[in-house]
Design a protein around this ligand. Structure first.
Ligand SMILES: C[S@@+](CC[C@H](N)C(=O)[O-])C[C@H]1O[C@@H](n2cnc3c(N)ncnc32)[C@H](O)[C@@H]1O
Length: 247
């Protein structure tokens, strides 16, 4: 008899914004087709189909069934206290928990259901259970602009795909500075965000117009503006990770 293994599910990328954009283009295509021009209607339909495909392409780049492998970027002893800001369903939280033995990862989020359908601590705990790290994680409500923790508490602070949804540089810097505040001196910040380059634009379109995505150089500047120096960079396919130490 076949045994079904449970898989974690970390959510689909920008589903809500893609839905709005794709439905709008399809409606426009039908209106143009019926009332204006057959050729233009077909052309807009092709754009709508491309927009539909952008639901599927990110699944190839950001596998919703896998936690983030942080092992090549973080060398941990195993007893660290780690914070994951904007943890969602635990994609990075569980990735960090896999590097721990006696340590713990706290994931905080405002659980925005527009960013991730079904976003909730219950679903995040379910993923940790499936990944076998339930004993090393804790999920709580926490706002990235005002983290509910004392200064200098964490050995490591991580975030993945959080800052891109903040529209301005100012909001990004406020949040990075909050992460710096709760990080111990000599603690590590690891930030993984999409990078503004042609491949990312093609993959994430049309949601790209609804998020604010800096280039690699600009992310570096935002970190420097938040008092981080000596930044190490790890490229991924459509994203990049920035690792830096609080001096
Ligand atoms: C693109 S998702 C990424 C989730 C997760 N880190 C991952 O890699 O799958 C961004 C997450 O940030 C959360 N978020 C947005 N604004 C936030 C804020 N001000 N404070 C904390 N979390 C926030 C959203 O609820 C969402 O879960």
């Amino acid at each position: 008899m076949l045994r079904r293994t449970k898989k974690p599910f970390y959510g689909l990328v920008a589903l809500a914004s893609s839905t709005i954009a794709t439905v709008s283009i399809f409606v426009l295509a039908i209106l143009v087709f019926v009332f204006y021009s057959l050729v233009l209607g077909i052309l807009i339909s092709l754009i709508a189909l491309y927009s539909l495909a952008t639901y599927l392409i990110p699944i190839y780049y950001i596998n919703p069934l896998k936690s983030i492998d942080l092992s090549h970027m973080l060398t941990l002893e195993g007893s660290e206290l780690v914070l994951d800001v904007g943890c969602g369903l635990g994609r990075a939280t569980n990735g960090a928990a896999k590097l721990l033995t006696t340590g713990k990862v706290i994931g905080v989020d405002i659980w925005d259901k527009l960013e991730i359908p079904g976003n909730s601590p219950e679903k995040a705990y379910r993923n940790s259970e499936i990944e076998g790290v339930r004993d090393r994680v804790e999920f709580r409500y926490g706002d990235a602009f005002q983290l509910p923790f004392d200064d200098e508490l964490f050995d490591v602070v991580i975030c993945a795909g959080l800052l891109t949804s903040f529209r301005g540089d100012q909001e990004k810097v406020i949040s990075i500075r909050e992460m710096r505040r709760v990080l111990k001196t000599n603690g590590t910040l690891l930030m993984r965000e999409p990078i503004n380059k042609l491949r990312t634009i093609l993959v994430l379109s049309p949601s790209i117009y609804l998020i604010h995505m800096p280039s690699k150089k600009h992310w570096m500047e935002l970190l420097q503006h938040s008092d981080f120096k000596n930044i190490e960079y790890f490229p991924h396919r459509i994203a990049g990770s920035f690792k830096t130490i609080k001096s």
